[in-house]
Design a protein around this ligand. Structure first.
Ligand SMILES: [Zn+2]
Length: 190
């Protein structure tokens, strides 16, 4: 964990230089050092990608997982909290940057970390809620790799394979993401 954190910090310090947490050929170590973000997981309620909301087609930039309000949320990877704030759509949310990865949790009922704070994978960062544009308590999880949206479901699959000791295919950013979703740092939909 310490080694991973130092790599993260080095990555943050060196910013745009070539040291990355995981490049396209070297994601494998990452999968064994991350944490599933949600306790009390039951199912996915809305997947990443295009969907219909109120008759309108919209791009869902994350993965929704319902859970009881107040359930603990854990940092996915070790890194630095770059945002812990409130937004009309995303509600109470935090974003953690871990090398090239950027993980955002939306609709939280409580935040227990602050902007600038360093967190470790698995550390409790807050609780599930229904703040912002949300119809019930759930985690909306958005992930980016080198600024580009990634389907979190692929990351969860990679984590599961790695934890079972199996080889893991490279997880690449999603293709054909509309510009408004790609460019909006916070998710557009609930
Ligand atoms: Zn969502």
């Amino acid at each position: 964990m310490k080694k991973f954190l130092s790599i993260c910090l080095l990555g943050l310090l060196l910013d745009n230089m070539t040291i990355a947490l995981a490049d396209d050929n070297d994601q494998q170590p990452l999968w064994r050092q991350v944490s599933f973000p949600l306790e009390k997981f039951t199912r996915y309620s809305s997947r990443f990608g295009w969907r219909k909301m109120g008759g309108q087609k919209e791009f869902h930039s994350g993965l929704d997982m319902p859970a009881p309000s107040g359930s603990p949320l854990r940092a996915w990877a070790s890194g630095q909290v770059v945002s812990a704030s409130y937004d009309n759509r995303c509600g109470k949310h935090i974003t953690v940057v871990s090398g090239d990865w950027r993980s955002t949790f939306c609709h939280m009922s409580a935040l227990v970390v602050q902007t600038g704070q360093l967190v470790e994978a698995g550390q409790i960062v807050g609780a599930v809620g229904s703040t912002g544009r949300s119809t019930g308590p759930h985690l909306h999880w958005t992930l980016r790799y080198q600024s580009r949206l990634v389907n979190p479901e692929l990351v969860i699959q990679a984590m599961q394979l790695a934890w079972q000791g199996q080889s893991v295919p490279v997880v690449s950013p999603a293709e054909e993401v509309p510009d408004d979703a790609q460019n909006s740092l916070l998710p557009i939909g609930p």
